[in-house]
Design a protein around this ligand. Structure first.
Ligand SMILES: Cc1cc2nc3c(=O)[nH]c(=O)nc-3n(C[C@H](O)[C@H](O)[C@H](O)COP(=O)(O)OP(=O)(O)OC[C@H]3O[C@@H](n4cnc5c(N)ncnc54)[C@H](O)[C@@H]3O)c2cc1C
Length: 420
């Protein structure tokens, strides 16, 4: 159980907002580089402890192991997880030693303990960040939802920051709350689905986890996707973790072209080969039906069940005659930093260009003009398609930590062009 640091200090050198894996990664890298910073930073997260959102999503979707291999984790030593797992080889899953959920949880706990970070997360939700300019010095004032404040010279935002994406037909749909849910709000634990039919929309790994979980709880499942379900080991080709693809990405000075490279590298949602095999087996046993090249046109709640009309009837039998008990949307999330209310004043004081909702940061992932750094998916224009993943946390730390340690001043700007 984590010890919670309840008192908010009045001033810190570095405030890290968010306590997920990305924040943990930057903290371990920071301490590895400069131990003396130990008492000069604070981490703020509503949970008051590390990794709560991560653990919640794995438990709620009943995910047995990670999609990424054992070298991806928050400790600076890439081999640390393998060493930790030496006596637990069965918890590293093929084909590339994918860590089991419990193993990864205990490893992260071990990382937190080894770096003495147990009591470093202050409970709080940062609602707003203000900039205070005092002659030649600039500092930030972080306003918490509770009304408390924290002043900091530098800020690292590690808040992930995506919001659930809802297809347009949802807007005109009225239903009991638990009958239409985005994956973000689904918790498989405790659900009894005996005799129910669940329609899952989306083609990513989350749709696969939801289908397996719903069937294990007694449901019959229809998986619907605009495209064909397809398999891919990782979110993005491992070439994106090193120079193979990143060299060309970094050499590209046109923001729009970089954005397109990110889109085609991720190529929408995909299933892992293991899950797709499992789903095909369930389809053969009659518990699952795939509806590919198909999308919902309209869904009406008829009092006891959904009636769903879909596009592309010429490809499929319509499912309008099948009563659907639950509609689950595994339609991913969208990220637009223009919508981040926490940054409204920063945006006003230091306007910066964005592309498809992503900021154009400098090479240290710093908001040009001030000492605010952003990691996670929002740094994708600088880091590439894996920015939001565990490895993206490592890449971001390598950029941010030198600026925090050397105390460079925010004079640099991005060389990325956003002109059309
Ligand atoms: C189901 C699922 C499985 C995944 N599996 C993998 C995998 O196997 N490998 C991989 O590399 N990636 C995986 N990812 C992608 C990614 O690594 C995770 O989403 C990861 O949690 C991202 O880390 P993060 O620290 O950016 O965000 P989070 O884990 O979401 O942490 C952000 C934290 O910031 C807090 N926060 C937000 N706003 C504020 C605020 N204003 N003030 C204070 N705190 C705030 C949140 O409460 C949260 O605790 C997975 C994603 C999902 C959804």
């Amino acid at each position: 159980m984590a010890t919670v640091q309840s008192e908010i200090p009045q001033f810190v050198d570095i405030a890290i907002v968010g306590a997920g894996p990305q924040a943990l990664t930057v903290v371990t890298h920071l301490l590895q580089k400069k131990k003396s910073l130990r008492n000069r930073f604070a981490v703020i997260d509503p949970a008051g402890e590390w990794m709560q959102q991560w653990h919640h999503q794995f438990a709620a979707l009943d995910i047995p192991h990670l999609r990424s291999p054992a070298v991806h984790h928050p400790d600076p030593d890439p081999h640390a997880l393998r060493t930790f797992a030496e006596s637990r080889p069965r918890e590293l899953f093929p084909p590339y030693d994918l860590p089991g959920t419990q193993l990864f949880r205990e490893f992260c706990q071990n990382v937190i303990g080894r770096w003495h970070l147990e009591d470093r997360v202050i409970p709080g939700f940062v609602k707003h960040i203000e900039i205070e300019q005092q002659s030649d010095r600039q500092q930030f004032r972080l306003l918490m939802a509770t009304g408390k404040t924290l002043k900091a010279r530098r800020v690292v935002l590690a808040i992930a920051g995506g919001t659930p994406h809802y297809p347009s037909w949802v807007q005109s749909t009225i239903a009991p709350r638990d009958r239409l849910l985005h994956s973000h709000n689904i918790d498989l634990r405790g659900l009894q689905l005996e005799g129910e039919r669940v329609l899952i929309v989306g083609s990513g790994l989350t749709s696969g986890h939801l289908a397996v979980g719903a069937i294990a709880r007694g449901a019959e499942v229809i998986m619907m996707a605009r495209r064909q379900f397809y398999e891919k080991l990782f979110d993005a080709d491992p070439g994106w973790l090193g120079p193979k693809y990143l060299k060309g990405f970094r050499a590209e000075s046109h923001g729009e072209k970089r954005w397109q490279m990110i889109q085609s590298a991720r190529n929408g949602g995909s299933l892992t080969p293991a899950i797709l095999t499992q789903l095909r087996r369930l389809a053969r046993s009659g518990k699952l039906t795939f509806y590919e090249h198909c999308q919902v046109k309209q869904a009406q709640w008829k009092g006891e069940a959904w009636q769903v009309h879909c596009e592309n009837r010429e490809v499929h039998d319509c499912i309008a005659h099948l009563p659907i008990d639950r509609l689950w949307l595994a339609t991913g999330s969208q990220l637009d930093i223009q919508q981040w209310s926490v940054l409204s004043e920063v945006r006003e004081t230091y306007p910066l260009p964005t592309l498809h909702g992503l900021p154009v940061l400098d090479e240290h992932l710093r908001w040009p003009g001030c000492e605010l750094f952003i990691m996670g998916g929002a740094a994708a224009l600088q880091l590439g398609p894996v920015a939001r993943n565990l490895f993206g946390g490592r890449m971001a730390s390598r950029r941010i930590v030198p600026a925090l340690v050397k105390n460079t001043i925010a004079r640099s700007s991005s060389s990325l062009s956003v002109a059309g």
